[in-house]
Each structure stands twice: as structure tokens, then as C-alpha cells.
Design a protein around this ligand. Sequence first.
Ligand code: ADP
Length: 393
Amino acid sequence: MQHPILVLNAGSSSLKFSIYEKRAHHTLAAGAHGEAERLDTAQPHLTVRGPQGQPLADRAIAGSGHHGAIEAIHAWFAAHVGNERGFAAVGHRVVHGGQRFVAPVRIDADVLVAIAALTPLAPLHQPHHVEAIRAVSAVAPDVVQVACFDTAFHRTIPMIEREFALPRALTAQGIVRYGFHGLSYEYISTVLAALDARWQERRTVIAHLGNGASLCALAGGQSVATTMGLSAVDGLMMGTRSGALDPGALLYLLRQGGYSPDTAEHLLYNESGLLGVSGISSDMRTLEQSADPQAAHAIDLFTYRAARELAALAGVLGGLDTLVFTAGIGENAPSVRAQICRRAAWLGIALDETANAANAAIVSSQPSAVTVRVIPTDENLMIARHTLSLLEN
Ligand code: ADP
């Protein structure tokens, strides 16, 4: 394999990865992908699949934590590909870039310290990215590592959208809207550019609806507004996250509700959203298959709030020409798309029910004023592209 690039997405107990191979003309071919799971237990496990999903490895990991996972991925790769030199570069998904990182960056000691210093802004994600970067340095000290930030695509958001109505000193400290899912939005914008030469002239909203969910408004091809804020808990209702909440409700929970900052954090990130409202599951597919009225009610609230935020972003853009659905729910759940579009019909959205049921590339009808697209996202490919470009420059 020539110039293999490893893309890592490190979470608290898992490490998802994809391997790409450089081909001619700076293109990348997807190789294997997989997951090291249960890293916080005594039985960590590695599974690897080929580009068509065929199983390539399914085994226990000998070491522990992220370090053990990185060792296992390297060992599998060396044995599978017979490539003793290992990876040409490793690209990491890093959730928070703060005010400093507005583009992908090669990681050195100074950059690593700065990424670690952003932990208070993303306490549930950032420490695991740092751990994965350190583990790669320990296992393969010479490999080029690149950090790609979920916040970076939103660097173009104007100050009026970024600022909360707080005293100026707090805004100056960086208590502002950053936005997330930027690697997904960036990837979708590359697809839009290939599909429609005039896409930058269109007022576009991309709906990234997965376990995490957010909307991004684009004008002139750039992010101008988004539903997530300082943290990834703001905006839309999600699988287990509450989305936008009256800050007074949080104060009430802390003062009168018996919650501590830690238990309130767990409530808002892990016990709310589809899971909390339904009392059944955080998984949209499970809820769609359930006959329980609470499951239908949770989906109703999800689509209501998505349509409400969509209208707010159309307000920012002064109208809407293109709506893109992406991520697990956006790509695969026709009835969720239909509910959101029905609620937003006044914006000029009309669905083609047959195309929508088939998850077609365009699901709006001919007379619809808004073109509604379904585009599968690929954040890992975006990271691999950035990593290759920093490796070559
Ligand atoms: P993550 O944010 O973890 O990357 P995904 O983008 O994979 O998540 O999205 C996961 C969500 O997509 C889950 O709620 C899952 O139920 C939903 N989903 C996936 N496939 C379908 C489907 N065919 N119908 C409805 N929901 C689906």
C-alpha cells in the first residue's frame, strides 16, 4: 500500500479508524476501517473490515486503553499489508479548535499543549483526542500527525451570530458560538460543488442528523450560522442530548433540582434527547419500529424542533434554495425527512414522496422552490484529504 493514511476518531471508550491509500492525482482510496472498543474495560476488542464491509479481523486487544488500541491497529496493519514502514501520516478528528485553530494543523509539542488546553470547552471529547495523539507518538514517534477540527469550518461565522448577549469581557474570553460537525459540512460542500457549479449562489442549509445533530446555514459557500454553540449540546434535540434549553432551567436544576454540575452534565448529554423523551431508546430506527406512543412523540418533538431551527436559519439567510439531509438519520429515515419538510412547507419545500422513500439523491418534487438533497457524509475522507495535503506541503 502506497502512502497509507490512518484516520482516527477517538472517544472515551472507543477508537474508530479508517485507512486510505494515496492514488494518482492526489486522490485517496478507502482501504480498511474498523473500531477498537471497550477500551475502558479489561476486555478491549478490535474489529477491522475491508472497503466492501468484509470482515478482516475480530480479536482481543492485548494492551490497555488508547495506547493498546493504537499498538493493535499498527500490528494488524503491518501483518495484513506486510508494510513494516507503517503509516505515512495519521489524521485525528479533534472536536474543539477554540479560537486558535481555524484550519487543520500538523501536530507538534506546542500544538498538542494548545489542544489539551481546550479541554474545558469539550471535556467529554478533547482528553480522548489528546490521549490518542500521545499514544501514536509513543507507538510511532516519527509519523506525521495532523489535527482536523470540527469547529474550523465555522471560522467564517460573523461576529453577530457568534456572540452571546453576555458582558463583553466574557465574549473576549471566548464564551462564544463555535459550532461543530464542521468536517461533515465541509465534505458536503465539496459534494455540492461537484453537483452544482452555481451552488455558492444558493442559500443552503445542511441538516446533519445523526446521534449528534446540528444545522449549518451557508451563504457564498461558507458557514454563516449553525445551531451548536460553545458546546455540542446546544441547538437540535439529539439521540441523548437535550439541545437548546432555557439557561434558567439549568440554574433551577442546580439550585432546586438536586443536581451537581456533573450530574447535570450527564443529564443534558446522556439522558435527554430521543432517549429521555421516549424513555425507550436514543436510536431513531428503534423508535420508528416501536408501537409505543412515547416513541412517536419523541420523533414528533425531534422533527418539530428541527423545523423550528431550520426556519431560524432560513431567516438568517433571507430565504432558502437548497436543503441537504445527511448523517445516519438524514440519509436513511424518509419519514423523519418528510415530517421536517412538511413542517417547513411554507418555505417552499415540496417533497417527491417516491424519491424520498427511496432515499434518492434529490427528494424534492419538480415545482419545489427548494431543492432537497440527500448526500451521504464522509468526515473521515475529509480528514484524510487534509492530512495528505499537509503531508505533501
Ligand atoms: P453518529 O452521530 O454516532 O455518527 P450516525 O450518523 O451513524 O451517528 O446516526 C445514527 C442514527 O441514525 C441513529 O439514531 C440510527 O437509528 C439512525 N439511523 C440509521 N439508519 C437508519 C434507518 N434506516 N432508519 C432510521 N434511522 C436510522
